[in-house]
Design a protein around this ligand. Sequence first.
Ligand SMILES: [Zn+2]
Ligand SMILES: [Zn+2]
Length: 102
Amino acid sequence: MKRGLFGKKRLSKDYDGRCGNCHTPFDTPEDEYCRYCGTKRGEGEFLPYENFEGCIYGPPPVIRTHNCPNCSYSWETSRMIDHSRFCPRCGSPVNTVTADRA
Ligand SMILES: [Zn+2]
Ligand SMILES: [Zn+2]
């Protein structure tokens, strides 16, 4: 029995603008490093990954401010799940400050 594209998992190899290691899309075209795993753009294993985009319901988002101590690049995110740990510009580990949205 053959199954089409509508199986449980849809694997994708579309790495356009994505990290080759953890598959996270880069936020801006200027990003040179993945802010989640520190992998340089264009590097990684580029394995097929599960491409799922869906709504996750949960508590309201918080504002996180990320600061790079090396090049002083800084950015804010308001995602529910955000484990940014590396500077997208220089690849250094960043400091993160979490603040509840008022
Ligand atoms: Zn990554
Ligand atoms: Zn930096």
